[in-house]
Design a binder for this molecule. Structure first.
Ligand SMILES: C=C(O[C@@H]1C=C(C(=O)O)C=C[C@H]1O)C(=O)O
Length: 362
């Protein structure tokens, strides 16, 4: 083939490209009009039946040289692009995204403004075991100046033979102790049917890592107005994490806090791998407060302080840590909970780092 022929053929393709572009644009404008019409009529934008029919017709009329499947794939791309044009911004940009809301969401928990620029500490036992146990922790937290206490009443345990938590009884203990010491409380709920009831006893409902994609639970959490602490799933990507938060916010509960708790990797030196990069990414991508659970992400007491400092340096709005009056006899997470003295040392070290002051002076 001579150089002249090649140029000539390419010239023809250039002309066809422009014709295709014009046709595609014309088609897209019509799809947009259809989108507006559907909006008015309140019908779904995606119409798989119509798409299927068009694909069949196109394949039937196809006389090559592209095979039928290639034609289907090419046109499916065009349909998808048209559908994207029809989708409103609400669908394309998540409510939890910075694109939708520039200002940080601040969740007020008594004196603590989570996400308001001054990082906060959440501490407490892994599980609520008894009134006395919770009371001892609450007294220590109060003395240390920590105003938000955690404590698990419903425990999603790996083994069904492990302590499963005190259930509603545990929530009642939390409330009684919190009222006595003027603390705010966080506890995990695992059953959508318990969400409303939980609002009577606790100040923040935690959705645990294992339930991050329990969509019925997320929907129930979105239907109440109690703040939610959403833990990142053990193998969840940041995108999946944000979509899980979207389930809650899209149903009207805007008081959502995200918490990184380590992800599962091949590393055995820590229980999970603390994904510190998730903190600045979540802060960039979303306006929701971001906390870091240093206990579950590391599973070891000796590196809690440096990990907490790293989290704060990366922009975390708060740290969560487990404290038990006597970790050796704890019914869950015995090896990784701090005793009260260790907690005080940990908290002092983190505070002395200067990272606990408001963001403006960090
Ligand atoms: C344009 C429409 O909306 C969407 C896009 C289609 C397309 O680009 O052809 C087809 C079906 C719908 O998923 C339509 O319903 O006709």
């Amino acid at each position: 083939m001579s150089q002249g022929t090649l140029e000539q053929l390419r010239g023809k393709l250039d002309v066809i490209n422009m014709q295709l572009l014009e046709l595609l644009s014309e088609r897209a404008a019509i799809a947009q009009q259809i989108g507006h019409e559907k909006e008015k009529q309140g019908v779904p934008k995606f119409d798989p039946v119509r798409e299927q029919r068009m694909l069949e017709e196109l394949a039937a009329r196809n006389s090559g040289p592209f095979d039928d499947n290639t034609i289907r794939q090419l046109f499916k791309q065009i349909f998808q692009a048209s559908l994207n044009l029809q989708q409103t911004d609400v669908k394309k940009q998540l409510l939890v995204s910075r694109k939708r809301q520039k200002e940080d969401t601040v969740v007020q928990l008594g004196e603590a403004s989570v996400g308001g620029g001054k990082p906060m500490m959440v501490a407490g036992p892994c599980s609520v075991e008894s009134y006395e146990q919770v009371r001892q922790v609450a007294a220590a937290l109060k003395q240390a100046g920590v105003t938000v206490m955690r404590g698990g009443a419903f425990k999603p345990r790996t083994s069904p033979y492990d302590f499963q938590g005190l259930g509603i009884e545990g929530l009642k203990i939390l409330k009684e102790v919190a009222d006595e010491f003027g603390l705010k409380t966080i506890s995990e709920i695992v059953d959508p049917a318990h969400i409303e009831l939980a609002c009577d006893y606790i100040d923040v409902i935690q959705i645990g890592a294992r339930n991050m994609q329990n969509f019925e639970l997320l929907k129930a959490a979105g239907d109440v107005r109690t703040p939610i602490l959403l833990k990142r799933g053990l193998a969840a990507t940041i995108d999946e994490f944000l979509h899980a938060a979207e389930y809650i916010v899209s149903r009207g509960n805007t008081q959502v806090m995200l918490i990184e708790r380590g992800i599962r990797t091949y590393e055995k030196a820590t229980r999970n791998t603390l994904d510190i990069s998730a903190v600045p990414i979540l802060k960039q991508e979303s306006h929701l407060p971001v906390l870091v659970d240093v206990t579950h992400s590391t599973g070891r007491k000796d590196i809690l302080a440096p990990c907490a400092k790293a989290a704060l340096a990366a922009g975390a709005d708060g740290i969560m840590v487990e404290v038990h009056p006597n970790p050796a006899v704890a019914l869950s997470d015995a090896a990784q909970q701090l005793n009260i003295e260790e907690f005080n040392r940990f908290y002092n070290e983190v505070q002395q780092s200067g990272l606990f002051h408001s963001l403006s002076v960090r």
